[in-house]
Design a protein around this ligand. Sequence first.
Ligand code: F6R
Length: 603
Amino acid sequence: MCGIIGYVGKRQAIPVLLQGLYKLEYRGYDSAGIAIIDKNTSEIKAEKQVGKIKDLHEKLWGKKLEGNIGIGHSRWATHGSPSIENAHPHISQSKTFAVVHNGIIENYIELKNELENKGYKFISQTDTEVIAHLFEDLYTGNLLDTAVKVAEKLEGAYAIGVISKFHPDTLIAIRKGSPLVIGVSKDENFIASDIPAVLEYTKDFIILDDNEIAVLNKNKVELFDIGKNKLKKEITKVNWSVSSAQKSGFKHFMQKEIFEQPRAITDTIAGFNSLDKTELFNILENIDRLYIIACGTSLHAGLVGKFWIEKFAKIPVEVDFASEYRYRDKIITDKTAIIGISQSGETADTRFALLDAKNEGAKTIAIVNVVGSSLSRESDFTLYTYSGPEIGVAATKTFISQLVVLFLLALELGLKRRTISKEDYNYLIKALSKIPSKVEKILLLDKSIKDLAYKYMNTQDFLFLGRNINYPIALEGALKLKEISYIHAEGYPAGEMKHGPIALIDENMPVVAVAVKDKFYEKILSNIQEVKARKGKIISIATEEDKQIRQLSDDVIYIPKTLDELYPFLTIVPMQLISYHIATLLGKDVDQPRNLAKTVTVE
Ligand code: F6R
């Protein structure tokens, strides 16, 4: 949820920390802070501000803070409201240690009581402050020894960065349960919650695992396990470009990411094809039931995947909210596999649900965007989406890439299980290869979709309807609109309308209906008629050249023709654009909507 960054090297630390925090802001953005070790005095100097990184940046203007080592934090409140006191870094009582933390310390009340009894004064309501005082309390003269002692005391999930005035050249990081990467370079090294935060300085990363400690100096990075044994870990080379983590002329990351979808599809197809899948098919060989677990947008991708896997591979699939699945009485046999879908690979609900199922004997597969993320390392096999970094909080290009992976997985499984013929497989693959150019065509409608957004932007509620494989797209359309525009929206299977929600329809209710020319076309037309009869406003997403739909709709967005099974790749795009334009016309912060965080690492 929060983002952390740390730097030690030849440059001034503050600009590096601020740049990193801007990149991490999507993870949390109610307050921020930095701490450095002053070059001249070796004292810890910290600055914090409530609000966004730019507010902290403004506060730092004109301040003389010089140092080549420091830590920074962008916060998303879990314990204590957004305030300067609660913002990180937290500083120990005698100002000897400064700490940034992402995660939750579950036993912090107990630790706080112990420390208070020893005379430590707490100035924040956070769980993190205990870590700073613990470092001071347990300090042995050796930073690594102290870090181990602190880690032994902490229960919960954390990624921690620490600097100390006693060791003005050393930055220390500990990871257990929250993401943390080490960026490695010449004469400088970094810690960060994710790769894009330091991508402009290095493409070489070490992915820290749970219960590992990194000790960083300007010229070296040493890694240890919690027993202080030295570790050797491989460097992961990242091929993301710096511009892929910048706005490249677009107004918002979300807009850029919507427009990157044709590329994301092509790259994900190529990535899937280049992967050695022997192990994957060994895992799936005798499977008789699949569970897909995920949250939010990733869950909606899973719902589409269910249609494909059941249709092409004839394996029954159940899709569940990760937060619900985790606490169910799970029915797992040696023929059960779980697919966890997650853009970040760090979503706590998804990770822990998958780990629990794995412990009960399920085979596990992850569909993940972030290379080296926890979910990918905790699963038996990982299928990556090749979307590149997604910075906008609302998921767009990663959703479409998740669809690509699920579609290809369903087809390959079908082929292996002989539930589809080679001819059908080739036919469907060919149709998929045409999807990027069809998405390009829809993106050309941007201006007219903006006009449509203007017409409906002042509405209080929206309904999104779809049938069959486009029903999850209705759910996703509604989620996109509500999370970035704060307009209430519901997604429904169109046939379910008459069983209750139709009571909501009046002349003020716009209804976005997926009415493409597939085998449900006539049925959705009847559902649209039902809305029309109650004076609802119909915005149809329809197939090009369909004249009939005009008679029934107030507005129509035409998309290119494709196979019935592939429409979700196309129908989602106008929905993303409608939401994006309504939200920006309303003046909302689409990249960082209120109350949301890109990576939700708490349950
Ligand atoms: C919606 C959105 C969230 C995420 C959800 C899961 O636009 O971004 O609903 O989809 O928090 O996140 P991941 O996919 O990282 O597990």
